[in-house]
Design a binder for this molecule. Structure first.
Ligand SMILES: N[C@@H](CCC(=O)N[C@@H](CS)C(=O)NCC(=O)O)C(=O)O
Length: 208
């Protein structure tokens, strides 16, 4: 049994989607980051960086923060969604790309382009440009591929929830047809539809 501490954001949804895909036994605990729950002393014991998501594996007692580490742990534990051979490193490579690039840069895009429009034109332009660059990188990677690395893997599950905010990023998925097709392919999965609504319903999965 896994305790998942999460909220209705891309980093949280990555893990709830993976848990749903694995058919794992888990309980979701809502950490309302709008209300400051991420600073509660009990939460900081398992997530010292005061960010969601975090997990506790009741079977082993292990606690983990950082969505990339959590995804690697769960995929390894279940022996699924982490390919073997050369694809293993491709999967880790693209997971790290999401963790170090796509997630943080799109997070800044949300901050400046969606929530603070007009306040900092330089930053708005910088992150809007970077968002388009990253979509281009993903679009080229997906040329001739159904998924980022061979079969559907944690590399896809890590990036997909960030792309699901394409409207916030003012991105027209029509400009990135490989990303659009990949996005729709994954959106069609029942586990993705279910994991998206954890820890609570906010909206339907956005459709281009
Ligand atoms: N690198 C971390 C980032 C986690 C993160 O930024 N989580 C956001 C929600 S998506 C959060 O908890 N924000 C709370 C805050 O900014 O105080 C991960 O991938 O787990």
């Amino acid at each position: 049994m896994i305790d998942l501490y999460t909220w209705t954001t891309p980093n949280g949804r990555k893990v709830s989607i993976l848990l749903e895909e694995l058919g794992a036994d888990y309980t979701a605990h809502a950490v309302d980051i709008g209300k400051g729950d991420q600073f509660a002393p009990d939460f900081l014991k398992i997530a010292p960086n005061n960010r969601i998501p975090a997990i506790v594996d009741r079977e082993t007692g292990l606690s983990l923060m950082e969505s990339g580490a959590i995804m690697l742990y769960l995929a390894q534990k279940h022996g699924r969604f982490l390919p073997a051979g050369d694809d293993y490193w491709a999967c880790v490579e693209w997971l790290m790309w999401q963790m170090g690039g796509l997630g943080p840069m799109l997070g800044q895009t949300h901050h400046f382009v969606k929530y603070n429009k007009g306040k900092a034109p330089y930053a708005e332009d910088r992150y809007a440009t970077e968002a388009r660059r990253l979509y281009g990188v993903l679009d080229r990677r997906l040329e001739g591929r159904e998924f980022i690395t061979g079969d559907y893997s944690i590399a896809d599950m890590a990036s997909w929830p960030w792309i699901s905010r394409f409207e916030w990023q003012e991105i027209d998925l029509g400009d990135f047809p490989n990303v659009r097709d990949w996005y729709l392919r994954i959106a069609d999965r029942p586990a993705v539809q279910k994991g998206y609504q954890v820890p609570k319903y906010v909206n339907e999965v956005p459709m281009p």
